[in-house]
Structure formats: C-alpha cells, structure tokens
Design a protein around this ligand. Sequence first.
Ligand code: SF4
Ligand code: SF4
Length: 76
Amino acid sequence: MAYQHRIDAERCKGCGLCVAVCPKKVLEISTTVNTRGYFPAYQARPEDCVFCAICATMCPDVAITITEVEETPAAG
Ligand code: SF4
Ligand code: SF4
C-alpha cells in the first residue's frame, strides 16, 4: 500500500513545528502566502518522506493528513 502526504495550505498558519520535527527534513516554509496571510509549510523534498506521521501528529491545526492510496498500476 502506498501513502499520500498532504498539507492543507489554507489551514496551515506557518508555525514551523512540522518543519522542525520531520526526521527526514522533507518540509520547508513557503515564500508564498496563503489566503489568510500565513506562509504555509510545503514538501520541499517529498521523495524523502517516510510517512512516519510525526508532522501530522505535531500540527496544532490538523493541516497535515497522511492517507493510504491504491497503488496505481503501470499503464499499458
Ligand atoms: S511523514 Fe514523517 S518524513 Fe514525511 S514529512 Fe512528515 S515527519 Fe517528515
Ligand atoms: S505544524 Fe501545521 S500549522 Fe504549523 S507549519 Fe506545519 S502544517 Fe503548518
């Protein structure tokens, strides 16, 4: 089973907690504001994510979700 890591940029207030706790240094704070005027976290290195969910557990605004997704069969 594969996993998908998603940050809801509109819920995020850019506190940086997730950036600090990620053991793989996947996350960074964006330089672009969201509609609430915050600089949200984003996955700068998504290929390094191990889906440990520490970031999702730490986020005070429940902006990060990790969900199981069906593996996409190879085309053809
Ligand atoms: S799930 Fe783990 S490895 Fe992936 S971004 Fe969150 S803290 Fe980092
Ligand atoms: S912990 Fe949550 S609110 Fe804080 S920067 Fe990360 S995603 Fe945004």
